[in-house]
Design a binder for this molecule. Structure first.
Ligand code: CA
Ligand code: CA
Ligand code: CA
Length: 366
């Protein structure tokens, strides 16, 4: 499914995969919007696009005359410095007594300028969430950013934007040789993850890091040829640090930032793994405000399971910055859920149990 603010679908947002016959749109600006759908079979063959349909946001449908008061920005305070890799933005709890917490979403925007026309980040959280974590590598070091927040009701009415505040980012990890890899995560000359008999550190088409588990992962852009891999950094598997059960991720996660030439471009890339992935491993993507998400539908492991190819799209699938801005930010890694050691006694393991059941069905087919 694609939607856009113009009938030519310039800078359209693509939503895939979509297994249901409905989709709930994130908050959209007022005005006329256009959408269309196509069908894909399991082999990836696509139908033609449907006819284009339109919808109008605001002024009509819902009564938006009682919009909530705008949020009050709390942290960072004006001009504070935040860490590049792990910034957390905070607003005061919802004060407007006319609204219920669960009926409002918070929309967070970060931009280099106070015009908010070329966004760095655009994220929507449910349940009047008061804090927003910036995705790893989405912020550049030693930079000043503007940010603002608004409430959006579940029927699409929004508050005014909060005041605009500013924060600065710190220097980030040391990268003395300026290759986009933290120097303490560089690999040595013995590493050749793409198996081409050339040390990866001597190649321009792959960036490898030492993972936090002591292995290595490499990132390489397959296409488009004009996309640039700007930065790569290894991350801990517990990407939201919430203590929840995680898949077993023997290489942890790798974050990377890609710059594409055209807004909304897709990119295909390969993650090279220093350890063969388990035969049941899936590729997981980290959303810093949700946790790990199964990215299998847009990823494919190689036959020998030493690499995995993934598709990402600026402002679309996989892009953690949530906006069409010629930058794609991703944190991902392979992982596998093993059956919990004790029987499923606790509610915590429900998700795992469901995954185990799916896996046993798959196994029974063989
Ligand atoms: Ca470096
Ligand atoms: Ca190599
Ligand atoms: Ca983007």
């Amino acid at each position: 499914m694609q939607y856009a603010d113009n009938p030519f679908f310039t800078n359209a947002v693509t939503v895939e995969p979509l297994f249901e016959n409905f989709y709930t749109l994130p908050p959209l600006d007022s005005g006329k919007w256009y959408w269309r759908v196509l069908a894909l079979d399991p082999a990836g063959n696509a139908s033609d696009w449907s006819m284009v349909a339109s919808l109008t946001v605001g002024g009509g449908g819902s009564d938006c005359s009682f919009a909530p008061d705008p949020p009050e920005l709390q942290k960072p305070e004006y001009g504070d410095e935040v860490p590049v890799l792990d910034a957390k933005l905070k607003i005061a709890p919802l004060k407007d007594k006319d609204w219920k917490k669960q009926d409002l979403m918070t929309q967070w925007q970060v931009c280099e300028t106070d015009t908010f026309d070329q966004l760095t980040l655009d994220g929507v959280l449910d349940n009047s969430n008061t804090s927003f974590r910036t995705p790893h590598l989405s912020l550049l070091p030693d930079f000043t950013y503007n940010w603002r927040v608004r409430y959006v009701s579940i029927d699409g009415c929004s508050s005014a934007w909060s005041e605009v505040s500013l924060f600065d980012t710190g220097l980030g990890p040391v990268d003395f040789n300026m290759n986009g890899i933290p120097d303490e995560q560089e690999v040595d000359l013995s590493v050749d993850l793409d198996d081409n008999l050339v040390a990866d550190v001597q190649q321009t088409d792959i960036k490898c890091v030492t993972t936090l588990t002591g292995g290595q992962m490499g990132v390489s852009i397959v296409e488009p040829v004009d996309a640039v891999l700007e930065a790569v950094a290894a991350m801990d598997a517990d990407c939201v640090d919430d203590g929840k059960d995680l898949p077993d991720m023997n290489l942890g996660l790798v974050s990377f930032r890609i710059r594409v030439v055209h807004p909304g471009d897709s990119a295909k890339l390969t993650l090279y793994l220093s350890e063969t992935a388990h035969n049941k491993a899936r590729l997981y993507r980290c959303d810093p405000n949700i946790g790990l998400l199964d990215y299998s539908t847009n990823a494919e492991f190689s036959a020998d399971r030493t690499s995995v190819t993934m598709i990402v799209e600026d402002g679309g699938v996989g892009d953690a910055d949530g906006t069409v801005n010629q930058v794609i930010v991703v944190t991902a890694g392979p992982g596998v859920y093993f059956p919990p050691p004790s029987a499923m006694g606790s509610a915590v393991n429900i998700t795992e149990s469901i995954i185990d059941i799916t896996e046993s069905i798959i196994n029974n087919e063989h």
